[in-house]
Ligand binder design. Sequence first.
Ligand SMILES: Cc1ncc(COP(=O)(O)O)c(C=O)c1O
Length: 462
Amino acid sequence: MASAAHTTAARQPEGLPRGVSQRTLRAAYTRPVDTSDALDLAALADANMSPILGRYMDKSWSHGIGHRLYDTAGNSYLDFANGIAVTALGHAHPRVAAAVHAQVDRLMGPVHAIGFSEPTVKLAQMLADTLPDPLDSVLFLNSGSETIDAAIKLARRVTGRPAVIAFRGAFHGRTIGAMSVTTSSLNYRRGCEPLLPAVYITVYPGVYRYYGGDEQKAVADSLKHFDGLLSTTVSPDEVAAVVIEPVQGEGGYYPAPAAFLQGLRERCTRHGILLIADEVQSGYGRTGDMWAFQESGIVPDVVCVAKAIANGLPLSAVVASKDTMQAWGKGAHGTTYGGNPVACAAGVAVLETIAEEGLLENARARGAELLGGLRELMADSPAIGDVRGRGLMIGVEFVKDRASRIPDGSTADAVIERARDAGLLLLSCGMAHQVIRWIPPLDVTVAEVEESLRIFEGALRG
Ligand SMILES: Cc1ncc(COP(=O)(O)O)c(C=O)c1O
């Protein structure tokens, strides 16, 4: 149970997004919270909710305001988990909430199969504008996994080839197609074979974990394995696609070095293979660029987008060139709910906010402060083997000792729990959940970064 230090009595306005009106502020802070009986939703859920879903925590959430989440007992938490990088503008963001309210009263139903709705068309334009040429054609879907399945289908149809190459440690989702290219944990795959045929898994350049920090070696070795696959196992003219997270997320927050992405791009172009960038977690300003692949200067053939796109409403997108989408073939794929007008109205508000509030700059500046602060803490914490990342996508990796780099998931878990008890929500990732991932909202403030570092320092000390 959280300590009294962060109960509702201590509600402060600094967690609210910039530009919030006095009316919204008053309404937010006078909203009643049921503290009488601290509703235990986990206990209630037990009767009828499937136990299949894994959870990082089983708290009962009442509501969220700005960057704070409130549980049913009235405790507030600085939310650096964001539903795993989903509520990138925090909770009840005034602009997003207003857009959703307005659209609900106007047109809520999915119109995809019978025509067009204004926010959907507008968001497609705005999304395409954030991407380099020739990525200008958007297919809206509902989840990250669905974008991966769709991208694989697209690649197979467009190239007329069967094979797909993916990377060890990757997480692309849980539908059959997406899990076939997922190897971040056996638990996602066990008992489900046979998965998609003609999927080949090769080495990912996890610079710290597998190469002890030697980036050049990581790039050379991973490209050597990739080339080896193409020369011994699957002929390049039978490969439809290469799927990669530009920053491996669930697998441990390992950024792919720019030289590796460039090497992949060159090979894909040479062999007529489509390069699919899974930007579901790393995209939308998370790394300080709109898209994580931009740092390397490459342009993928297909980009998969989800999570932050509608700040919490279910929406995702596959983006490719118009030519590629046309070659896929009309009616070859479809969706009932994809491009829902309410979700797209939220999506428009998200992109407007990112642009107008300079949130890419904020992600870079706050990210640099966070990275610097975490590296300072690392200096006094032998349990931390590495602090890495770009923008607001930072991984802190825990090890038994720095020489062996043996992953230490139990220390990471204990630190996360102590931070939570002190009012800061953090999540883990990595095969042994040894990495604490830092994914604050894109509009996180200087004060909140400092607050989070203070809490984390206390949690490290135990
Ligand atoms: C990189 C990446 N790809 C795909 C997915 C799957 O998205 P969803 O859970 O919306 O199906 C996730 C979700 O965590 C992800 O992080």
